[in-house]
Design a protein around this ligand. Structure first.
Ligand code: WQD
Length: 341
């Protein structure tokens, strides 16, 4: 079985590629290195013992996408490739719509002509906005997007739903909560280029002396310790969920149209709990201080994981401590290399 993994040299894409290779799938990677580095391929090869083919093309370019997929007999596509920086998307909305939606449309053009090819879309809990009822289920209301990035996930799901219905496609949208951690080998992990905007890579870079003290954005939220709650899920659990979703489609068990699954642990952890987990597993003291709230941050978001458990047979197995241990081991392996712009 041949599976195209777009964004396959990126964070979740590379970890999913490793899981697929280890399960015996033939993997074709597409990545234009807009937010990663080519060396990730060496890590994938070192872990899996196989060096998948990699095409460096811009999927948002219709001609390039068509040329790359022509003659490929794909059994499935897992589409990770997208820009994902919330803040940047506010500054550069057109860049996000053109890239994130353009690449999706071009890929669905191929799938529409090859309807036996399964399609998995990388979506996000961002589509729920500031939820009022917890835990968040797949039926929870979709709120107006709070950023162009979040809007590309909402519109992307609509494009997928409508195209799948019109063309009789079997597709799945996976709504991730907060992916963290790294492969236990420390050969691949999260590679935020520039100053990390998300919590865990900032913590590990700060602890490695590459960044200043962590600023904890707000301590007056209506949560147990005053800091916001998030559902932090180990990237290896996330990667395994993609394999199970793919196998649901390939086995013919998924419905025509678009199925949706939340991928989280089902537990909300606060910022202070993440810091405590980091200090517990590293026996180090993290340098941090409270700062004003960050614009647009939600009070809490964590998943109801019933559907993924009952339908995909998937449960997140790794703990917050394991994720922080793997994130730190990856940071140590990276050394000062991770400060590359
Ligand atoms: C988590 C918590 C911050 C940094 C992001 C993406 C979103 C989605 C999930 C893809 C919040 C606090 C953070 C820092 C802090 N990804 N924080 N100091 O905002 O939940 O969502 O990941 O779909 O698109 O935006 O993650 O890690 O930025 O923040 O206090 O230096 O950590 O306030 O409470 P977020 P995050």
């Amino acid at each position: 079985m041949k599976i195209l993994v777009t964004g396959g040299l990126g964070y979740i894409g590379s970890h999913t590629a490793v899981v697929l290779l280890e399960k015996g799938y033939e993997v074709l990677l597409v990545d234009n290195l807009s937010n990663t580095r080519a060396e990730v391929l060496d890590g994938i090869a070192a872990i899996s013992g196989k060096r998948p083919e990699w095409l460096n093309i811009d999927l948002a370019d219709p001609a390039a996408c068509r040329a790359a997929l022509e003659g490929q007999h794909l059994d499935g596509i897992i589409h990770f490739a997208a820009y994902k920086a919330v803040g940047e998307s506010v500054q550069e909305p057109l860049k996000y719509y053109q890239n994130n939606l353009g690449s999706l449309v071009n890929l669905l053009d191929y799938v529409s002509q090859h309807p036996s090819c399964g399609f998995i879309f990388s979506s996000s809990c961002t589509v729920y906005g500031d939820a009022e009822v917890f835990p968040i289920t797949e039926e929870s209301p979709i709120k107006p997007a709070e950023s162009p990035y979040g809007n590309t996930k909402q519109i992307g799901e609509e494009i997928l739903r409508e195209t799948a219905a019109a063309k009789g496609l079997k597709t799945i949208a996976l709504r991730y909560f907060n992916p963290i951690g790294a492969h236990p080998s420390s050969l691949i992990g999260e590679l935020p280029l520039g100053v990390p905007q998300t919590l865990v890579p900032y913590i590990t870079q700060s602890a490695a002396g590459l960044r200043g003290p962590l600023r904890v954005y707000g301590n007056d939220y209506p949560t147990p310790d005053g800091t916001p709650l998030r559902d932090y899920i180990h990237v290896m659990d996330l990667a395994n969920a993609h394999r199970l979703a793919l196998e649901r489609i390939l086995s013919g068990n998924s419905a025509v149209g678009m199925e949706i699954f939340n991928l989280g642990t089902g537990t909300g952890s606060s910022v202070l709990q993440v810091i405590q987990a980091f200090e517990r597993v590293t026996h180090a003291k993290l340098n941090w201080s409270f700062a004003p709230r960050r614009e647009g941050d939600q009070i809490a978001t964590y998943a109801d994981t019933t559907k993924a458990r009952e339908v995909l047979g998937w449960v997140a197995e790794k703990s917050l401590d394991e994720a922080m241990r793997d994130a730190w081991a990856w940071q140590v392996a990276l050394g000062s290399d991770s400060q590359k712009p």
